[in-house]
Design a protein around this ligand. Sequence first.
Ligand code: 5AD
Ligand code: FES
Length: 356
Amino acid sequence: MVSEECRSIIDNMCEYGCNGISRDKLAEFIDYVCYEGSAELREYLRQTANNIATDIFGNKIYIRGLIECTNICRNDCLYCGIRKSNNNVERYRLDKDDILACCKEGYRLGFRTFVLQGGEDPCYTAEFVADVVSNIKKDYPGCAVTLSFGEQEYETYRLWRDAGADRYLLRHETADKQHYARLHPGEMDYDNRVKCLYNLKELGYQVGSGFMVGSPYQTPYNLADDIIFLTKLEPHMIGIGPFVPHSDTPFADKSQGTLTQTLVMISILRVLFKKALIPSTTSLGTIAHDGREQGFLYGANVVMPNLSPVGVRKKYMLYDNKICTGEESAQCISCLEKRVQSVGYRLTVDRGDYME
Ligand code: 5AD
Ligand code: FES
């Protein structure tokens, strides 16, 4: 593939999305743009993505307060630091009052979206989470509640939605069944994950999906399939970040995803999903000191500062060297504010719902 052809692929994607480009071409394109020698082409892609984001969102970056509610998980994803087989994790679970206290602090600091995330903790029952959600919605009627508690039954998702949950994050992780099976234990089923995502859409959630960049065994074909999967799902939010190994997992010795590849994927997603809410993730900030700032320049428009109680942050280690685990929430916001401003953007307290 040559640079000229790549430029016309970028231009075509802008106009027609993925239509007219085959999976193989898409994989070849991703591979070529990520290649070291393609700096000029990457800059063309970045500018294209950045222009789209600016046209739609101006210089706004949306914030969501992330509350890491529980690190207890019944699953055993091979990449994840809080997998159930990791006996070195000190487990914790926030109760209702803890979570409400985080929201109170978050509201005071200006947050209007709370993201409740956690492992698939059997004690976080359908009823418990529904009760927490309805309390948050009662206390902060103008705020959005996003949940991220993995795969659940349709009826559970319905209960949570009825309790007032607005959004749900569930990354598909990889859209290739064989690749999925290499990242997850046998009990976990790709088809169920996909089913969950479609159930969430049916229930009227704003849905976020996504994948890790540079996960073990990933090829450019997998990334092409991830994009094609997302064009079918049409999510409102897309979260991607580099894979970062965790030393107490079977993937301890695997190499981490690269900054370049992650930034390229953010730009491609922005070009294809113009209105999507795309975070510049903590993992991106972990592999490079200015990773999140670069994420904005490549088309990301969301950040998720940590609102978890400081005492639990180091226990929610999905991967090694995770940043923001020692700061107070207020510090995290002012740090981010500076970072966002350093590249010409500003944080906004808008709820930042998906614009249909
Ligand atoms: N490196 C990067 N991202 C990870 N996640 C889990 N483990 C890792 C890791 N080692 C991501 C997964 C999950 C999200 C909450 O965090 O994609 O969906
Ligand atoms: Fe958390 Fe900088 S964003 S400390």
